[in-house]
Design a protein around this ligand. Sequence first.
Ligand code: ATP
Ligand code: MG
Ligand code: MG
Length: 353
Amino acid sequence: MSVLWVLGAGQLGAMLKQAGTPIGIDVRPVDIESTEAIALGPTDIVTAEREEWPETVATKQLATHSNFVNLATFPQLADRLTQKQWLDRLELATAPWFPVEANSTATKAHETLGERVLMKRRRGGYDGKGQYWLKQSEGIEIPEDWKGQAIAEQAINFDEEVSLVGVRGKNGEMHFYPLTLNLHINGILYASISPLERLKPLQSKAEAMLSKLMGALDYVGVMAMECFRVGDHLLINELAPRVHNSGHWTQAGSSVCQFENHVRAVTGLPLAPAEVKNQSMMVNLIGVDLNYDWLNLQSLELYWYKKEVRPGRKVGHLNFCSGNSSVLESALTKLDLPPPYPEALEWLAQNLP
Ligand code: ATP
Ligand code: MG
Ligand code: MG
């Protein structure tokens, strides 16, 4: 049996491996710093848990394999400049933007995009790292080392943030999970909740947007689309050509989770619409220590990534799924987590149907 190799051995790789186990797929995450020879077979398949990677002994071996799914798409989406160009070319709504170039100035940025402009580094940003606010009132200039390296985006006064996780098979078949409502605090995802009845009117619009993208890229596997909801409109914030944190709830809340769907798609196995079970919510564990008392909570599933705990670092997540909303409400009141968690838990409680 062929092996599915994953470029990257973080938590996403681990959860892909976990999802491959029951369906008999041997998923092997590869640490990009590994210097070992990888026993790649000609019929093996390669996927990635991250959209960009440095050239290392490991990544060179994987990226030269002929069955690396979506290989050409990664650099297109990993660079925010080319990602934005794709969105514009496909006429998909996104925050107004321009590339930050050698002659760009803050004055011009404010003229074009307004008082509040968010610069984002073209590459490597995650969890809100690699962002720089230009606020007209503060008179900040564009630092030299951002020129040619970033895009500038209009600040969007969004009502809320939602994401869509979809999967596309080799034959072009596509399936989508219900829209997920997400709470970011300081640029980092703290909590998600799905499905929500009130987001249903936006579902088909969101699916059409992601379908257009995945189709245009002839993409195979799971892709996530992060959006800002402004009234009835969706603006695409960014795309992730991989399994995504805002789809973690599907592990508890769906018959086929995003990780299994990705494994199925890239290995050419059948896809089917996932049955969504009850109400789900997800809480990211960011910079907090493992606490097995959490396991006392009904409806909870713990995922601990076994990473060293550092401030601001994602070290695990909690999934909750129940058909009984009082079970979910009660779990939220019993979670004892430091600031800013009270805000995130309150947000979840308010959004529970
Ligand atoms: P991720 O961990 O999701 O990959 P990232 O570092 O790639 O994060 P973005 O998703 O682009 O960064 O931005 C992080 C968060 O910052 C968004 O979820 C949103 O809350 C806020 N943000 C981003 N762009 C804008 C914008 N144009 N206007 C207002 N807020 C924004
Ligand atoms: Mg990102
Ligand atoms: Mg994001």
